[in-house]
Design a protein around this ligand. Structure first.
Ligand SMILES: *Cc1c(COP(=O)(O)O)cnc(C)c1O
Length: 351
């Protein structure tokens, strides 16, 4: 069975080999205070800079998940409150977590096909951080880097935090446009779940130091103190970090990944546009994701296509939340090969 689910998603075919090698090299029992672990952390951070173009002065931290990062941001960085701009279920979850910690957190909910109207934004002094779900996995929409740049230009004094859980390692991000970037490895990184990635700008680090929140197991001050020496605040998912390291070594530089995913997505979209019974979930090219395709249709059509796909050995991703009965999603992640996407197109073209 080949899965096109948008997370957990297909892992790189090299993963079994790296698991075996990791085992043989003793990585599964490696101590996280050892030189060996510190070198692994340091090298992985360098690879994130080399392959994903993370800036030299940004810091890579390891957490458990994107969900944990939601809490860390409100707990350890925000002084007043966050302002969330989102269109779908993951953005909605983020503000729900934020409000548990800071009830004054505010939201602007837009539609999946709607571009953020930056000139029309009115975010007051009461908010010191703008939260953006850059790739909304639930409804297959995406916020373009140009939009982030407009927001940055309009609010240079506010921090910007970006959820790139299903786009980091699949698209070229301009990290300079925001201060906090995070992801989980079970999406575009093509790895098994269980490792979160949190990337901070010098400004975000300074803000956390100013705030000085401490005492929790995941207080950022505690994490940063350990990370300064390439250690972690608890025994981390060393195997996950090792696999991340190996997969990053194989990854072409991100601009090449980005353009190949865009080309593939164009073919997938053309196939749906030409279909008699299926439609694109997001009808505005400017807000459509390049890593997750949303397809919609009548409930009985969606059910039928999903079940016929299953017979062919393809698992399509279910629609998410309220969109579950009337849509399915296709992950266009780098671990899925061009041949696999082509065989899916051959199947979809018949509908
Ligand atoms: C998957 C996903 C999350 C949650 O990731 P976890 O690793 O399960 O915490 C958050 N945001 C987006 C956009 C996602 O796609």
């Amino acid at each position: 069975m080949l899965t096109f689910a948008a997370g957990p998603s297909k892992v790189y075919e090299s993963v079994p080999k790296y698991l075996q090698e990791g085992y043989e090299q003793g990585i599964m029992s490696a101590n996280h205070r050892s030189d060996r672990f510190m070198r692994l952390y340091q090298e992985t951070e360098s690879l994130m800079k080399e392959k994903l173009h993370m800036p030299q002065d940004y810091k890579l931290l390891f957490t458990s998940s994107a969900t944990e990062n939601w809490e860390i941001i409100s707990q350890s960085i925000i002084e007043s409150a966050s302002y969330h701009i989102y269109s779908g279920s993951f953005g909605a979850k983020w503000i729900k977590f934020a409000r548990h910690i800071i009830p004054e957190s505010e939201e602007l909910k837009i539609q999946a096909h709607e571009e953020i109207d930056v000139p029309g934004l009115d975010i007051s002094e009461d908010f010191d951080l703008i939260a953006i779900t850059q790739n909304e996995t639930s409804n297959a929409s995406q916020v373009a880097m140009e939009k982030l740049e407009e927001i940055r230009d309009k609010y240079p004094e506010k921090l910007i935090a970006v959820d790139t859980t299903s786009s980091m390692a699949g698209i070229e991000l301009n990290f300079e446009l925001a201060d906090i970037w995070y992801s989980s490895v079970q999406k575009c990184f093509g790895l098994p779940a269980g490792l979160g990635i949190l990337i901070l700008s010098p400004r975000a680090i300074a803000k956390a130091e100013d705030k000085g929140e401490s005492g929790r197991y995941n207080s950022l001050s505690f994490m940063l103190k350990n990370a300064a020496g390439f250690q972690t605040h608890y025994t981390p998912n060393v195997l996950g970090i090792y696999l991340l390291n190996r997969v990053l070594k194989d990854l072409p530089e991100i601009q090449h990944v980005d353009s190949s995913l865009r080309n593939r997505m164009k073919k997938l979209e053309d196939c749906i546009v030409g279909s008699k019974s299926l439609r694109l979930l997001v009808d505005n090219a400017a807000t459509r994701s390049t890593t997750v395709l949303g397809v919609t249709g009548l409930e009985e059509t969606i059910t039928k296509v999903k079940s016929e796909a299953m017979d062919q050995g393809f698992q399509l991703g279910n629609g998410y939340g309220p969109l579950k009965p009337t849509s399915f999603r296709i992950a266009n992640f780098p671990a899925i090969t061009d041949e696999e996407i082509n065989s899916l197109i051959d199947f979809l073209i018949k509908h």
